[in-house]
Design a protein around this ligand. Structure first.
Ligand SMILES: [Zn+2]
Length: 145
């Protein structure tokens, strides 16, 4: 929200934080970039992490592989959740890894939002009430019309 209105940005996808790069040169994303947050902190990332763990360390993924019929590529998000609830080490590790990335991204969001306070600076005497550093974005906000 900018001045009480939804801000969509030039391409209409402002605040698409899933495409914030958290790992430069990291995993390729559908948006064309590499290292986007959603490649590390999402349901898809959780499944991929569990599949990799089950493939390279099947000894710690017994319950996970049991739920997937013994095939790492058949592991689903539901199976990861169920296996984690049953104490499967690989499933728990997948949650730890994705949770860590989630935390890193949220910390960055926090920093962005803290910076966002500059959008509403205290009015300075003689400035006409508007700080020049905090002009309204160029793109038109969504008005619903
Ligand atoms: Zn992306």
């Amino acid at each position: 929200m900018v001045d009480g209105e939804l801000y969509r940005g030039r391409l209409g996808i402002a605040a698409e934080f899933g495409h914030m790069v958290v790992e430069p040169g990291g995993r390729r994303c559908g948006c064309g970039e590499r290292g986007c947050w959603e490649r590390y902190a999402s349901g898809t990332a959780l499944v991929r992490e569990a599949q990799e763990l089950a493939s390279v360390s099947p000894a710690i993924a017994g319950r996970l592989l049991e739920l997937a019929g013994g095939q790492p590529e058949a592991i689903t998000g539901l199976a990861v959740t169920e296996a984690a609830q049953d104490g499967d080490e690989a499933a728990l590790e997948a949650f730890r890894v994705v949770g860590t990335w989630l935390g890193h991204g949220m910390a960055s969001h926090r920093a962005c939002l803290r910076e966002g306070r500059a959008e509403r600076p205290a009015r300075r005497a003689g400035s006409g009430g508007r700080d020049r550093r905090c002009r309204r974005p160029r793109a038109a906000p969504v008005t619903g019309r």
